[in-house]
Design a protein around this ligand. Structure first.
Ligand SMILES: NC(=O)c1ccc[n+]([C@@H]2O[C@H](COP(=O)([O-])OP(=O)(O)OC[C@H]3O[C@@H](n4cnc5c(N)ncnc54)[C@H](OP(=O)(O)O)[C@@H]3O)[C@@H](O)[C@H]2O)c1
Length: 412
């Protein structure tokens, strides 16, 4: 006890100056992750001083009103709107503020490549791919919330990373958890990495009842407030499949070492099991501001406004195996991961098209994994590796067209 107390007295109050001076860009600042990121930064400014975590750029796609409000409040150097037709509106809203404005897809990519310390990649879907690669090329640390770009272009991403000093700190709660737990592990001693899944809103629904699911029901996640696309992915469990593929690439783990367990309370985010039988888990309250704060401050830690874990109040943590029959998107994603090549690029693009069609009430909820499966079956050269970004973009574009046709066939 004495030795422990002596050790404690030697622990120094951390000097966080190198963390709070970090210059940050937020791609997708108007989305769920983007808003939470700005909340974490605003909290840091309250705790550590108004100049903490200066912002270089904020980007959005169409939500010009929120982007302008965020820019006025958070004072980035630059605000970019992806949709060029909204440029005049953005410019007028920020006139006299001293904040630069720009518009268009290339402007988003250019903003991502500006020299900064950390780029938060919170754009939704494969649209994040080129901006994320521009951030990698700049050598910044990527706080990576977007999983679709790793799923669509895993090997291209790995090669781009190998060429720079860029580091990736995953923001997805499960991967951020694995990233933290891995720091205590030797890779060869890891037997299994298990990602937890909440099971989504239809965990206990029969397949007959799932046929009737509406977009409103699918986006109402029991534990997390998220964007529409990821909410639907969570409801089909495709999200967990995409996360397995993301973990496969981010942590260089073979598919046999990856597993999923359903954990409805979303308090345990990962379990890393070792050769001696020890399993290390990461726990936190289901609040994305925790992994966001970790990613922004890594390898240090800052004060975050996120909810704290109170296990006594929770009472029980439960776990169960996923039901592959009711949630076929999960085994489909596992099969694509095992196939390798562009199978995951195709799976991702087909799923994005299917989710959009479901949200627009053109196909049913249970059709989403069917569209992905049919598109994979009708695609050629699925196991062929993509060598370049252009290869990935070509497969992505071709798949979107094919998946659109599959959706149209399902409507009749
Ligand atoms: N939300 C979560 O809790 C969570 C957890 C883990 C991982 N993620 C991942 O993080 C990413 C973002 O999720 P989210 O829930 O924050 O999504 P979201 O709420 O839909 O926000 C998406 C953001 O991306 C922008 N955007 C959309 N399409 C774009 C395009 N074509 N080009 C450039 N920007 C575009 C949007 O701008 P506008 O607002 O102007 O449309 C918005 O700022 C996703 O990949 C998701 O899988 C999210």
């Amino acid at each position: 006890m004495k030795a422990l107390a002596a050790n404690r007295s030697r622990i120094e109050i951390p000097d966080l100056s190198s963390v709070i001076d970090r210059r940050i860009t937020v791609l997708g600042s108007t989305g769920s992750i983007g808003v939470s990121t700005l909340d974490v930064i605003a909290h840091a400014r309250k705790c550590y001083g108004a100049g903490a975590m200066p912002l270089e750029a904020l980007t959005a796609h169409r939500n010009v009103k929120t982007l302008a409000e965020q820019a006025k409040a958070m004072k980035p150097k630059l605000a970019v709107i992806g949709d060029e037709t909204l440029y005049d509106e953005l410019k007028a809203a920020l006139a006299g503020s001293g904040i630069e404005t720009a518009a268009g897809r290339q402007a988003v990519i250019a903003a991502a490549g500006r020299p900064v310390d950390v780029v938060m990649v919170a754009i939704m879907g494969a649209a994040a791919l080129e901006p994320a690669l521009a951030a990698v090329a700049s050598g910044a640390t990527l706080a990576l919330a977007n999983k679709e770009c790793v799923v669509a272009a895993g090997s291209v991403f790995q090669r781009a990373l190998a060429k720079t000093n860029a580091a990736i700190v995953p923001v997805d709660s499960e991967h951020n958890a694995v990233f933290q737990v891995f720091r205590a592990s030797e890779e060869a001693e890891v037997e299994t990495v298990t990602l937890t899944a909440s099971g989504g809103p239809f965990r206990e629904w029969s397949i007959e009842r799932m046929r009737t699911v509406t977009p409103e029901q699918a986006v109402a996640h029991p534990n997390w407030a998220m964007g529409a696309k990821i909410s639907v992915d969570s409801a089909t469990l495709m999200n967990k499949g995409l996360e397995l593929i993301e973990a496969h690439y981010l942590f260089a783990l073979p598919p046999e070492k990856l597993a999923v367990v359903v954990h409805p309370q979303s308090m345990v985010h990962c379990l890393v099991s070792h050769s001696d039988g020890s399993t290390l888990a990461h726990l936190s309250a289901p609040d994305m501001r925790t992994p966001i704060a970790h990613a922004l401050a890594w390898p240090r830690r800052i004060l975050s406004p996120s909810r704290r874990l109170d296990l006594a109040a929770v009472g029980q943590l439960t776990f169960e195996a996923p039901d592959y029959a009711r949630f076929p998107a999960l085994p489909l994603a596992i099969a694509a991961m095992k196939t390798g090549g562009v199978a995951t690029t195709i799976l991702n693009a087909a799923n994005e098209i299917a989710v959009e069609a479901f949200l627009n009430r053109r196909i049913g909820f249970l059709d989403i994994p069917r569209v992905a499966e049919k598109t994979l079956n009708e695609s050629s050269d699925v196991a062929k590796e993509a060598e370049t970004l252009d290869d990935v973009l070509a497969v992505d574009a071709k798949t979107r067209e094919l998946a659109g046709n599959v959706c149209r066939r399902m409507m009749v």
